[in-house]
Design a protein around this ligand. Structure first.
Ligand SMILES: Cc1cc2nc3c(=O)[nH]c(=O)nc-3n(C[C@H](O)[C@H](O)[C@H](O)COP(=O)(O)OP(=O)(O)OC[C@H]3O[C@@H](n4cnc5c(N)ncnc54)[C@H](O)[C@@H]3O)c2cc1C
Ligand code: SF4
Length: 817
């Protein structure tokens, strides 16, 4: 097996690796060096992460588990500083050396920082990676004024994100119109109006002279014309430069980028390069579509087939919700070009198609971009449009004889099979239709998983869904509830029902009975199945730890540097000197980097090596502490205020009740994490009204409420009922938890669950139907009799515990280096 090393764990490098694996997973032993501390994420989607529309977890493309599953060694935090071409060895800044047969350089770009005075002040950043997002998040939480230098695609997405998260955002742009490289002046002006209407200040023809600060941090930005803009953070988004330093130092041929031929080979026949760092036929690219095309050609060549990269034509869209902008090709015009323009100021629509010799040279669409893919396809195909010229600007539906039809499904149905639907990933309509027909796909997620269509910037998701609808026809509407995953046609609810009705008691039994399409399921259905069986057959079903996520398998939380954090349980948020001493001793002994009090009133110890986990658990166990399940889809914390025990306002013993609730419910596995809180009076110091189950003590008893959560989409609890005694609180809580355990879908928190099934439904069972409440409570108590054992103590006492943690420890230690 040959050794392939990849330098750069970004979008181009990893896509090339995926393509290689698709062709032949056994030809190379692959090692990846990444300067960043994560698996591989979708950089494009940093904009929606900043604006709060996505979480970082949602934009991960390949997690550390994916590398392990594909037998790829990933060195994170490992910047390669030297390539010894003679001996075929790469060396990283943190001392790792590996030899290669083939090398792939995919180091991407570096943001350009304009060399103005003040550029090094704190708060002056670029917009390229997760560190930049962290700096922006920090500014969002502390400051008011954000200035973005650069009114291009990236700068506008940064300004939109910062403004959406509550900052006053100002865009400083040197040219007279926004996105001048993608938009013509008319569309640029419409865009400026739209952004200003949303509260973003846009200053065009504005030249930054100096960035000024106080105590080392930016406070103002000075323009050449004397204007002064208050700035607590300055984001430079003025362009990128191929990251070529390493290639240059290794003696490879470098001009603007690393020079590659049509097979993506550099001037060294053992070294390939793809991504923003390369220069092909004089061109460098800053969008993913060309980089993915490069990845395909490279994969063909390295695995022994013929293919050639011919360069790419690109199109762009702006990812600002509600602002539709599309641009492709060259629209600078000229003597031999003709413009066809449609302007509808009242509807905010502007379309311009530039023609030369009856072929499309460029297109700019603003306000209605539905026909973008159609124009782009004709542009790439160099199609003669003479026949449809008079209708061209009105879009595909008119031009293809559909008259005034605005039905988007008909429009998609009329597209040829080679029409490109997803620009980023180069997926054509035919690819999607074939995958839907051949693989029986019925949902957007499945199409995404099988074809990668809409798996990058996501702006084509609507179009992909329309192709799906057009292909499935009437069958589409029948598919209202998604199957559990690509391994089955059955929904979560059907699988659960079958487990109980057919008394299926093992994962293979379920696969057999429900005719699973894959022999061993996948990472999505296995954990769900494990949970459903565990919930249905307490005491009988043997937990399958291999079907749990890594955090649950390791009984600790994996952190971004590959180490773990450990949270001992503190019942109701209470502790004592003995426990604190044990925590302090453990923190010292295991060289804990950070000790943090969590939002749920527990103490979190960070930076534990995987091989040290059994030992630290043993030490904490010895002081009487058990796992806090901070890693689990299970009861996490019960937060309490001091209540009647100490507070002048408390009407009940909230700490005492919190401890009782936690002692009743700890250890129970659930569809998702679950938190409770008890406040001693309506002042609600324990914040019980944003928990999965909340108790507020009042004069007349206990007000119970359910299905709240914090996080990005805050949801306040719904009132469940008022009860009089502590015993009733426990019974209602247990019954409610059991109903959630038995009926929610795996990975569905209580908030979306209750919105799906309705509060009245839950009340009708837990509150109004005493018999069912008691049955549920009894089933919960029965299940708890098997699950209230501490997973830490179990792992410490099991002989194989050491073996369980050692092999993984080697891998993680390597990853953490
Ligand atoms: C906020 C944002 C929004 C974007 N939106 C879009 C969009 O809508 N559409 C679109 O098509 N494109 C978009 N892009 C551009 C797109 O993300 C890039 O074209 C793409 O990520 C480039 O891929 P790459 O692999 O060449 O570089 P990268 O994804 O940057 O990967 C390079 C990796 O190499 C690592 N590296 C560098 N040097 C070393 C070294 N010596 N050793 C080890 N590791 C190293 C870097 O840390 C990095 O992780 C956007 C970019 C950003 C930042
Ligand atoms: S919720 Fe009421 S009882 Fe509890 S600490 Fe606050 S004021 Fe005191």
């Amino acid at each position: 097996m040959q050794k392939l090393i990849v330098i750069g764990n970004g979008m181009a490098g990893m896509r090339a690796v995926e393509e290689i694996l698709k062709r032949d997973a056994n030809q190379f032993k692959i090692t990846v060096f990444g300067a960043e501390p994560y698996g591989n994420y979708n950089r494009i989607m940093l904009s929606p992460v900043l604006s709060g529309e996505k979480t970082f977890e949602e934009i991960m493309i390949n997690t550390p588990e994916w590398y392990a599953e594909n037998d790829i060694t990933l060195h994170v935090n490992a910047e390669v500083t030297e390539i010894d071409r003679e001996n075929k060895i790469v060396k990283s800044a943190n001392g790792i050396e590996e030899s290669y047969d083939k090398l792939l350089i995919a180091t991407g770009s570096e943001p350009f920082i304009i060399p103005v005075p003040g550029k090094d002040l704190d708060g002056v950043i670029s917009f390229r990676d997760m560190n930049d997002i962290a700096a922006m998040e920090d500014a969002i939480s502390k400051y008011e004024n954000a200035v973005v230098i650069g009114g291009g695609l990236l700068g506008l997405e940064a300004a939109y994100g910062l403004q959406r998260r509550g900052m006053k955002a100002t865009v400083i742009h040197l040219m007279d119109t926004l996105m001048e490289r993608q938009l013509d002046p008319s569309a640029g002006a419409l865009l400026k109006n739209e952004l200003e209407g949303r509260g973003i200040s846009v200053l065009t023809e504005a030249n930054t002279k100096e960035i000024v600060g106080k105590d080392g941090r930016v406070t103002e930005l000075h323009l050449a014309d004397g204007r002064v803009i208050p700035a607590d953070i300055v984001v430079m988004a003025v362009g990128i430069r191929p990251n070529v330093a390493l290639a240059q130092a290794s003696g490879l041929e470098v001009e603007r980028g690393i020079v590659v031929n049509d097979q993506l080979l550099t001037s060294d026949e053992h070294i390939y390069s793809v991504g923003e760092c390369v220069q092909h036929q004089g061109n460098v690219y800053g969008l993913v579509a060309p980089l993915y095309e490069m990845g395909k050609v490279l994969a063909d060549h390295i695995t022994g087939s013929d293919n050639a990269y011919q360069g790419s034509v690109t199109s762009t869209k702006l990812k600002v919700s509600g602002v539709d902008v599309f641009s492709a090709g060259d629209f600078s015009g000229g003597d031999d070009c003709e413009d066809v323009v449609l302007r509808d100021a009242a509807r905010g629509i502007y379309k311009r198609v530039v023609l030369k010799d009856n072929k499309i040279q460029g297109a700019v669409l603003y306000g209605d971009t539905a026909d973008g893919a159609w124009y782009f396809q004709m542009l790439k195909d160099e199609q003669d449009i003479s026949d449809i010229r008079d209708l061209l600007i009105f879009g595909q539906a008119f031009a293809s004889g559909g008259g005034a039809s605005q039905d988007p499904i008909e429009a998609v149905a009329a597209l040829p099979m080679d029409a490109e639907i997803c620009g980023c990933n180069g997926v054509c309509k035919g690819d999607i239709v074939n995958a839907v027909n051949d693989k029986g796909l019925t949902t957007l997620d499945e199409v995404k998983a099988h074809t990668k269509a809409s798996a990058s910037c996501g702006t084509c998701a609507g179009l992909v869904e329309n192709v799906l609808k057009a292909t499935l026809g009437d069958a589409y509407s029948e598919v209202t509830v998604k199957p559990m995953c690509g391994c089955t046609e059955h929904t979560h609810d059907e699988v659960r029902a079958a487990i109980v009705e057919q008394e299926l008691k093992t994962i293979p039994d379920v696969y057999q009975a429900l005719e699973w399409k894959t022999p061993n399921g996948c990472s999505s259905c296995r954990p769900a199945m494990n949970y459903y069986l565990l919930c249905a057959w307490p005491g009988e079903y043997q937990d399958d730890t291999q079907s749990r996520f890594i955090n649950e398998r390791a009984h600790a939380n994996i952190q971004k540097d590959g180490t773990y954090s450990v949270v001992p349980r503190m019942w109701g948020g209470l502790t004592n000197p003995k426990e604190l001493r044990a925590i302090a001793d453990a923190a010292e002994k295991f060289n804990v980097k950070t000790v943090k009090v969590t939002g749920g009133q527990r103490i979190d110890l960070f930076g534990i090596k995987k091989e040290d986990l059994p030992e630290i658990w043993a030490d904490l166990n010895a002081a009487g502490m058990v796992s806090g399940h901070a890693y689990g889809k299970s009861l996490r914390t019960v937060k309490t205020c001091v209540g009647k025990e100490w507070c002048r306002f408390g009407t009940q013993m909230s700490m005492d009740l919190g401890v009782k609730l936690e002692k009743m419910a700890w250890g129970s596995y659930m569809p998702h994490k679950f938190k409770m809180a008890v406040s001693g009076c309506p002042r609600n110091c324990a914040e019980a009204t944003i928990k999965d189950f909340g108790v507020i003590c009042v004069d007349s008893g206990y007000q119970l409420s359910v299905a709240g959560n914090g996080g990005i989409h805050v949801r306040a609890n719904d009132d469940l009922c008022l009860v009089k005694t502590e015993e009733e609180v426990l019974e209602y809580a247990g019954a409610y938890i059991q109903l959630y355990r038995e009926e929610a879908r795996y990975l569905e928190r209580t908030a979306p669950w209750i919105e799906r099934v309705g509060l009245e439904y839950v009340k009708s069972i837990v509150v109004d139907d005493e018999a069912r409440r008691k049955e549920l409570y009894a089933r919960f108590t029965h299940s708890q009799s098997f699950w209230q054992d501490d997973p830490w103590a179990k792992a410490v006492n099991e002989e194989e515990a050491g073996a369980e943690f050692k092999p993984l420890a080697v891998m993680t230690a390597q990853a953490a280096e």
